[in-house]
Design a protein around this ligand. Structure first.
Ligand code: GLU
Length: 330
């Protein structure tokens, strides 16, 4: 009994001292929601973590000891990330500009579930919505999707939401397809190349390895999306813009230019994440932006002035504003 008592006391003491150790180090864990492991969001999240850890790694003699520890797991994508930020499960996430807009305003998929504490941090790369048909699918335009097996994407992904918006604009529903599958972004290219699905949709930065695998690896091709339906979407909504993927530039076997509409990838957080944490994350990214840009070719044209203004519909987080003002950008 006495022995037991002693060991309880020492455990309690140990816990107490560990506690005071960690608070003096101010270690704080943050998680960033990304997308499928073959997408660009996964690179965005992990590149942000890399910049956050860069100077502050344990044991470094110099650099900023902010104590933040960062992880960026693969997730279901934009709407999943925003939902998990709302639940407090994630502190940051990458999300398409259309879904940032809808979540903040409580419109579209977010009707009745408005998230007014959503905060913009910065925008990242452009993401064209890409509709891709398999080699032997017989699909060369949107209307050819009728009677085919179409992967509309996993629930929670940005492309799933945008595909639903487009289907609505085009007056089409899943019952017009032979089958609508819900494969994730990392599963769908193999299914396309194996002929299990006839077409896939993916809102993703250019270039992307999975799209390359479809176009260069198994002869798939882009379907143009530039009809009056897409023109109306672009005209009516500030978060859409037309985008062009030039022939033979990013994907060798792409024989003609592809025209489609697209969004921007954005980095978002919550008003309930502290200003200090957001400030440190933003500072780490912008002070190391040249290194950040080298981590993916879709980041080549990133420019701070545009990143803090373009495609952001939720208010900027106060912690981000503090840094942008210090830099004289606002
Ligand atoms: N835009 C996609 C989404 O919102 C993710 C693209 C990516 O992973 O790069 O789910």
């Amino acid at each position: 009994m006495y022995k037991k008592f002693v060991s309880y006391i020492s455990v309690a003491f140990l816990a107490l001292s560990l506690n005071s150790f960690s608070s003096s180090q101010a270690a704080e864990f943050i998680s960033i929601g990304t997308g499928g492991p073959t997408g660009v969001y996964f690179v965005v999240g992990n590149s942000v973590c890399r910049m956050v850890h860069k100077e502050a790694a344990e044991g470094r003699k110099s650099g900023r000891k902010h104590g933040l520890r960062c992880a960026a797991p693969s997730t279901g994508g934009s709407n999943y990330n925003i939902g998990q930020i709302k639940e407090g499960e994630l502190q940051f996430g990458v999300a398409q500009s259309d879904w940032q807009h809808h979540a903040y305003n409580g419109t579209s998929k977010w009707e009745g579930n408005q998230y007014s504490d959503l905060r913009a941090v910065f925008s990242v790369h452009p993401e064209p919505f890409q509709l891709i048909a398999g080699k032997d699918s017989g699909i060369s335009s949107w209307d050819d999707l009728k009677g085919k097996v179409v992967n509309i994407g996993n629930p929670g992904s940005g492309q799933r939401g945008t595909m639903e918006v487009l289907m609505n604009a085009r007056g089409m529903s899943v019952s017009d397809f032979k089958q609508a599958t819900e494969l994730t972004s990392s599963e769908q290219v193999n299914a396309l190349c194996d002929g299990k699905v006839d077409a896939i949709a993916y809102t993703v930065g250019v270039p992307n390895g999975a799209i390359g695998q479809a176009i260069d690896g198994c002869g798939a091709s882009f379907i143009n999306l530039d009809s009056s339906a897409e023109k109306k979407l672009v005209n009516d909504n500030p978060y859409y813009a037309f985008a062009n993927i030039p022939a033979g530039t990013f994907y060798k076997s792409q024989s003609s230019d592809a025209t489609t509409f697209g969004v921007m990838a954005t980095f978002v957080s919550s008003a309930s994440v502290s200003d200090e944490v957001v400030y440190e994350v933003v500072r780490a990214v912008f002070e190391n932006l040249d290194d950040f840009k080298k981590l993916h070719p879709a980041f080549t044209n990133l420019d701070p002035k545009q990143m803090i203004t373009n495609a952001l519909s939720a208010p900027l987080h106060d912690g981000a504003v503090k840094y942008y003002k210090e830099m004289g950008w606002m």
